[in-house]
Write a protein that binds this ligand. Structure first.
Ligand code: HEC
Length: 199
């Protein structure tokens, strides 16, 4: 062991540690801004909130070899076209309600949460709602009174009544519709959407 070798000196390694830590700190800051830009609504993969004014389909893309959301013609939620600001406020209300009522205690959203109840990422496109025309009404009835309108998917699991107001229900549905338009790289795998456009 010779103290004379430059790469064996304590000073050299101390400097290395400082440079690497400072360098990685910068990378972390850059990645944070990069991620924030990529997940902000209004991007390629995360649509603007006013997407709730449109029909959302989920179709197979040959090139990517997975299903991707396709934003179609105007199909306003509850028959009312909202401005970007109004749509944002409604989706916000839905998201806050979903957080306040801790829906994740049973459900997953974008894959996060509990596995007691179905994943809600594509709940808006669930074929279980029967057809496009009935969907908004059925979702409203279900969320207002999930016990009476239980669907259970053959599991016998029941969703409790969470006491959400009419406005909160509209918000939740807007939030679910918006979330179904997020490009999730084909998650959940193998999901077949409700037939769209009378198809
Ligand atoms: C205690 C567990 C539990 C909690 C908490 C819960 N759910 Fe559910 N939810 C269920 C179960 C179980 C089902 C399936 C049974 C059914 O459909 O009747 C379900 C079904 C659903 C469905 C239909 C899913 C689909 O793909 O069609 C939606 C939408 C939904 N829940 C939304 C919510 C929202 C929004 C919240 C929070 C406000 C919430 N749930 C909180 C248990 C829960």
């Amino acid at each position: 062991m010779s103290d004379g070798v430059w790469w064996a000196s304590q000073d050299f390694w101390r400097k290395c540690a400082i440079f690497v830590t400072a360098g990685m700190f910068l990378v972390l800051i850059l990645l944070t801004f990069h991620s924030l830009a990529a997940i902000t609504a209004g991007q390629d993969r995360v649509p603007a909130y006013s997407v709730i004014n449109h029909r959302i389909d989920y179709v197979f893309d040959e090139e990517r070899n997975m299903k991707v959301p396709v934003i179609g013609e105007e199909a306003p939620l509850f028959g009312e076209v909202l401005s970007e600001e109004e749509a944002r406020a409604l989706v916000d209300l839905g998201k806050l309600t979903v957080q306040a009522k801790n829906c994740m205690n049973c459900h997953t959203l974008l894959g996060n949460g509990a596995y007691y109840a179905p994943d809600l990422t594509k709940a808006w496109l669930d074929p279980g709602w029967g057809n496009e025309q009935a969907r908004e009404l059925l979702m409203t009835m279900f969320l207002k009174d999930p016990k009476t309108n239980a669907r259970t998917y053959g599991t016998n699991r029941r969703m409790p009544d969470l006491g959400v107001t009419d406005e909160e229900v509209r918000g939740i549905i807007a939030f679910l519709k918006w979330m179904s338009a997020v490009d999730t790289n084909g998650f959940p795998q193998g999901f077949e959407p409700l037939p769209q456009g009378g198809a």
